[in-house]
Design a protein. Sequence first.
Length: 329
Amino acid sequence: MNKHQATPAKAGIRLGGDSLEVLAMTALLIVSIAFFSLLAPGFLSTTNFGSMSMQLPELGLLSLAMLVPIISGGLNLSVTFTANIAGLTTAWLVQGVLAEMGGVGAPLAILAGLAVGAAAGCLIGVIVAYVGAHPILVSLGAMIFLQGVGEFLTRGGGISGMPEVFQVIGSGHWLNVPIPMWIFLGAAAGLMYIMHFTRTGFSIYMLGSNPRATAYSGINVKRVLIAVYTLSGLLAGLAGMVMLARFNSVRVGHGESYLLITVLACFLAGANPFGGFGRVLPLVLGLMSLQVIASGMNLMGASQHLATAVWGGFLIIVMALRMPFIKQS
C-alpha cells in the first residue's frame, strides 16, 4: 500500500486531525489577540480591526488559490502574477474597449479578468496533465511568462484611475464589514463546499493521497488536474480584482511578496506538503492569526520585516512538530 493511501484506521485519525488543526489555529488566534491586546496600544480599537479586515482578503484569496494545488500534491507558483494579469485585463478593458458602456462595462471587465485568471490556471493544468511535467516547473514557467507579458504590455508601468464601482468594492462596507472581507469569506465558503461536498473535491483529495490508486478507481486524473489549476487561477484572478479595487491601480508585481507567505499559511494551517490533506477553515483561522501578529507588531513599532521573520519562525516550528505525524500518515 502506498504510504499516503488512507486505511479506515488512518481515516479516523485524520478526522480527529481536522478537529485538532481547527483547535490549534483557534488557540493561536486567541493567544495572539490576547497577547497584543495587552502589549500593543490601540490593538482592540475598531480602527485597527477595520484595517486588518481590509488587508487580509488579498493574501487570503491568494492562499486559497495556493491551497487547492497543494492538496492535489502540486504547487502553483504563478498565483501572484495570475492575479496581476487578471487585474491588468480588467483595468485595460474598463479604460479602453468597454469605457463607453458605462455601468455595464465594469461587470463585464471583471468577468473577463476572472476568465483570464481561470485560463492561465487551465493552461498550467493542461500541461501538467498531458505533458506530465512537474507542477513546480510548469507554474514557475507560467510565472515568468505572465510577468514578461505584463511588463511588455505595460512597459513596466501600471494602469490607474478606476471607475467608482471599484472604489466601492475596494473600500466600501456592508454591515460594518469591508466588502473585500465579504469577498474573501464568500470565496472561502465556496471552496469549502467544493472540497468537502462535491465529487471534484473528493477526487482532488484522492489525487493528492495516491495518484495511482485514483487512476485505478476510474477517476479521470487529467480532468481533475485541469480542474485543480483552473480553480486556483480563478481564485488568483479574484485576488487580482480585490487588489485592483483596493489600490485603484494595477501593475506587474503587485502582491509579489505574498507568494511565499501563501505557502507558509497553507502549511501552518495543516496542509500536507506531500498532498492529500488540508482544510479551508484552519487556513482562514491561520491567516487571521498571521494578520493579528503583523498588525500587533506594527502597533508596537516593529518592522514589517521582523513580522515576516516571525511568520517564518512559526512555519519552521510547526513543520518540525508536525513532520513525524506527516511521515506516519
